[in-house]
Ligand binder design. Structure first.
Ligand SMILES: Cc1cc2nc3c(=O)[nH]c(=O)nc-3n(C[C@H](O)[C@H](O)[C@H](O)COP(=O)(O)OP(=O)(O)OC[C@H]3O[C@@H](n4cnc5c(N)ncnc54)[C@H](O)[C@@H]3O)c2cc1C
Length: 338
């Protein structure tokens, strides 16, 4: 039997630690729970928000609808051959637990994404990425339920329409499908991805030779812990903004005025790190009341305690305006504004 609660406090369910309430709230512990919920009046008649670890949302006000928390658990190896292993993980599993499960088995593919907060079910939503890897690289299928029809659909990788911090679940099908499970195809043959400069440099500098996925996972975890604020200590949703992609013509224009502008070529486009743009506008380490920009990571907005979602949003808007004024580039939030 599913239980639908009213006026539910969401403060502990978002890593920003923003105080907000949901009109209705329900936890999903089995696929049957989801099918039962879909038939409930409180679900049918209200707007819906699916929630995993709450590490990529900003509540700008109370949520006047139903929040559905994904608690579907279970990880299994469904198939293996000499080269590959297929893992099926339920969506409510903690992402890093899945990474540890896979690297401890010696499977390659998820190690660079170690310690990304949140759940497995949310990982395809924004195609999580870190240290030169994206979840789409190791993903084969996404299982989801059409919440209008109550029907299950298995999405192929192509159908997910993955992009940079983007997928069909963050755009066209936003809030239309509840992701129940994800299937990964992982390599059993060594497949080290050291394309990310900082990772390669760290290994070289510390003379670390890594020939197993657990080793890479440990190093990535170590670097992440030294760089990113722990949401249990300082409320945040990690990078608040996406990096900016421009064409070569725009880069040449910008270089005339900003000779040191960092740029990276990626898939025929030029990436400008959003953190650099924010830092150049003087925001790094700046605090306004209860909110601020992290002192080491200009991309990370912080709740120093007691901040409202509106305060965070106001700060974000001020940053967007100043970057646009100085560089003529428009920052877009990576975080889902609710
Ligand atoms: C300190 C910190 C560091 C971070 N570092 C990274 C990083 O390196 N790379 C990166 O990509 N991200 C990073 N993030 C962002 C975040 O970890 C990811 O976006 C993560 O996938 C969010 O998972 P979640 O379960 O917390 O999702 P939530 O915040 O609960 O939800 C995020 C979005 O997904 C939707 N959603 C959630 N579950 C489902 C479901 N089952 N079905 C359909 N839709 C669903 C929600 O409605 C919402 O729109 C970081 C965040 C923090 C706090």
């Amino acid at each position: 039997m599913i239980q639908i609660l009213e006026n539910y406090d969401l403060t502990k369910l978002n890593t920003f630690g923003i105080k907000a309430k949901a009109l209705f709230f329900c936890e999903i512990n089995s696929e049957q729970d989801l099918l039962d919920l879909i038939k409930a009046e409180q679900f049918k008649n209200n707007q819906k928000l699916f929630l995993g670890g709450g590490s990529n949302v900003l509540f700008t006000k109370d949520f006047d609808g139903i929040v559905v928390l994904n608690k579907l658990k279970g990880i299994e190896i469904t198939k293996e051959d000499t080269e590959f292993a297929w893992l099926r993980s339920m969506g409510g599993e903690v992402w890093h637990d899945l990474v540890l499960f896979s690297v401890e088995k010696g499977f390659w593919g998820l190690e660079n994404l170690s310690l990304v907060p949140g759940t497995v079910g949310a990982a395809p939503v924004q195609n999580i990425g870190a240290y030169g890897s994206e979840v789409k690289d190791a993903l084969e299928n996404v299982e989801a339920v059409d919440i209008m029809k109550g029907e299950k659909k298995v999405f192929s990788k192509e159908e997910c329409e993955f992009g940079y911090r983007d997928s069909i679940f963050k755009s066209k099908l936003k809030s239309k499908y509840f992701i129940t499970a994800v299937i990964f195809k992982l390599s059993k043959i060594p497949n080290t991805n050291l394309s990310y400069k900082a990772l390669k440099e760290y290994l070289e500098k510390n003379s670390i030779e890594v020939n197993n996925p657990k080793g890479i996972s440990d190093v990535v975890s170590l670097i992440r812990k030294s760089k990113l604020p722990d949401p249990k200590v300082l409320g945040s949703a990690g990078s608040f903004f996406k990096n900016v992609y421009i064409d070569i013509k725009k880069l040449e224009e910008l270089k005339l005025k900003f000779r040191d502008i960092p740029s990276f070529e990626e898939n025929g486009m030029i990436k400008i790190p959003a953190g650099w743009l924010i830092e150049q506008c003087g925001w790094k380490g700046k605090r306004i009341g209860n909110v601020g920009v992290h002192e080491n990571q200009a991309l990370v907005l912080i709740n120093y305690g007691g901040a409202t979602g509106k305060e965070v949003l106001d700060l974000a808007n001020q940053i967007i305006a100043s970057v646009e004024q100085k560089f003529g580039l428009k920052l877009t939030p990576e975080v889902n504004l609710i």
